[in-house]
Design a protein around this ligand. Structure first.
Ligand SMILES: CC(C)(COP(=O)(O)OP(=O)(O)OC[C@H]1O[C@@H](n2cnc3c(N)ncnc32)[C@H](O)[C@@H]1OP(=O)(O)O)[C@@H](O)C(=O)NCCC(=O)NCCS
Length: 196
């Protein structure tokens, strides 16, 4: 694997990814403090103080080297407004595996921002880090998140039944993943179809 990998601002066609900042607290509190938005996240709706602590913690993570290392950059739109966050963590350097996740504000949905931000990290994962497999784990009731996985070309690999006690109930987990060879095949087909 090509580690250590250091995070620096990343630009897509419409979104930019950079580290969270202290002045993101208002917008991020509106997102992470909304029980409806975080319904399928592992955490409960966060208070402003918890969001401040999360920004402090996450903005200090800018390097991927060992299992468990993560980055959680802000997703910003063309105006530089915070619209959500992207999560990317190394699961194993021996197996060259990583996990990815996403979160958007209610008003930023339906524009493809989560898919675009995740695509940036799939490219980095396979082209720069040399990963073999990138997975996403989600509540199977989370149709919007499953749709992001499908748009990314991730395959639905597993449905774990009631493997977690979360927010007062047993919940299932869906696992989606893409392998390096799937990713390369999809992108070479895309290039061929596009004539590039
Ligand atoms: C999961 C979540 C990020 C998905 O958001 P989303 O806006 O549906 O996903 P994207 O940003 O990729 O946008 C895709 C939508 O934009 C549309 N779109 C519009 N322009 C587009 C473009 N240029 N490119 C791609 N999609 C575009 C797509 O058609 C799609 O709409 P549809 O669902 O009606 O078909 C969002 O629902 C969320 O934040 N949920 C709460 C947090 C959460 O549960 N996170 C996941 C935990 S596992």
């Amino acid at each position: 694997m090509n580690v250590p990998w250091h995070f620096a601002r990343l630009r897509g066609e419409r979104v930019t990814l950079d580290l969270l900042r202290a002045d993101d607290v208002e917008v991020l509190s509106a997102i992470q403090g909304d029980p409806a938005i975080v319904r399928y996240m592992l955490y409960e709706a966060r208070s402003r103080e918890q969001v401040i602590a999360a920004i402090e913690r996450d903005s200090a993570h800018d390097c991927l080297e060992r299992a468990g290392d993560y980055v959680q950059p802000a997703i910003r739109d063309a105006d530089g407004q915070l619209v959500g966050t992207l999560y990317f963590t190394l699961v194993s350097t021996d197996d060259r595996t990583a996990e990815i996740g996403w979160l958007l504000s209610a008003t930023a949905r339906g524009k493809g921002y989560a898919t675009e931000a995740a695509e940036i990290f799939l490219r980095i994962g396979f082209d720069e880090l040399g990963l073999h497999r990138i997975a996403a784990e989600l509540d199977p009731r989370n149709d919007a998140s499953a749709a992001v996985c499908q748009r990314l070309g991730m395959r639905h690999e597993a449905h774990l039944r009631e493997n977690m006690w979360l927010k007062g109930e047993w919940v299932d987990t869906a696992i989606y993943a893409t392998l390096e060879q799937d990713y390369r095949r999809a992108h070479s087909e895309f290039r061929d179809a596009d004539g590039r």
